[in-house]
Design a protein. Structure first.
Length: 50
């Protein structure tokens, strides 16, 4: 059996990047895509896809 990974840290990072992405979308619309890699990466790690 596989041991369960603790993904709490990755969820915190994911929501932090999501907040950054929403802030960029509101304030600097042309730069919001800079936060997409961090948001998607930490979401995938939090869901234990990697």
């Amino acid at each position: 059996m596989e041991a369960q990974k603790n993904t709490k840290k990755y969820w915190i990072y994911c929501f932090a990047w999501l907040a950054i992405m929403v802030t960029l979308l509101v304030v600097y619309r042309e730069f919001f895509w800079l936060a997409l890699p961090g948001t998607v990466t930490y979401f995938a790690k939090a869901m234990d896809i990697f």
